[in-house]
Design a protein around this ligand. Structure first.
Ligand code: URA
Ligand code: SF4
Length: 208
């Protein structure tokens, strides 16, 4: 199967990982995307947030969570008393997957299970370099990448779960993806945002 494994240097720091990830061809997604969007943030972060994949803006900028979903996430983090600058932000899949009809804007397409699995070695290397206390899995793709198939967003969100793959004492918290909140109907959006903030408060409590 496809995998990033052969592109991941051993015992590398974040800078070396980022450089190596720029040349990853572990699955077919590198072909159509602009660039690899590697994780970004504090190397000593206690909180690692994992999204799905870069969006259109992130693909162009080369940085995670700099588009509309990122702005919403920034606001939720601040409301929960967490400082984005002190977190590490990344994605389950490091290249933008999209479809494009001729003359139309690029449309986000969910990464496949094979692509999530192919890209996971980068996430594993990020755990080793950052050694977070809490990994926040935002949405179903991140839940699969971080925790496998045992948990579901609706049933398991907001509580501390064991996450040994990220470190012996590491924990994980599941929450909604900020893009899902942006897509929610007007009358449901405030409640969805409040739930994300509440889950992030649980993260804040866990690290303090
Ligand atoms: N959505 C994600 O999952 N990640 C980003 O970086 C931006 C939007
Ligand atoms: Fe490599 Fe991940 Fe990009 Fe696929 S999506 S080419 S595995 S960095």
């Amino acid at each position: 199967p496809e995998s990033a494994a052969e592109f991941v240097p051993e015992d590398a720091d974040l800078a070396a990982l980022r450089t190596a990830a720029a040349g990853c061809r572990g699955c077919e997604l590198y072909r159509d995307a602009t660039q690899t969007v590697f994780g970004d943030g504090a190397a000593a972060a206690r909180v690692m947030l994992v999204g799905e994949q870069p969006g259109d803006k992130e693909d162009r900028a080369g940085e995670p969570f700099v588009g509309p979903a990122g702005r919403l996430l920034d606001r939720a983090l601040a409301d929960a008393g967490l400082d984005r600058e002190r977190c590490y932000l990344t994605n389950a899949v490091k290249h933008f997957r999209f479809t494009r009809a001729p003359g139309k804007p690029r449309l986000h397409k969910k990464p496949s299970v094979g692509q999530i699995n192919a890209c996971r070695p980068w996430l594993t290397a990020e755990y080793a370099a950052v050694r977070p206390a809490v990994v926040v899995a935002l949405g179903a793709t991140a839940v699969r990448a971080v925790l496998g198939t045992r948990y579901k967003v609706t049933a398991d969100r907001g509580r501390l779960l064991p996450c040994p793959q990220a470190g012996a004492d590491a924990q994980a918290v599941i929450s909604t993806h900020p893009s899902a909140i942006l897509r929610a109907p007007d009358d449901a959006r405030d409640e969805a945002l409040a739930a994300l903030v509440s889950d992030l408060r649980a993260v804040n409590t866990a690290i303090n």
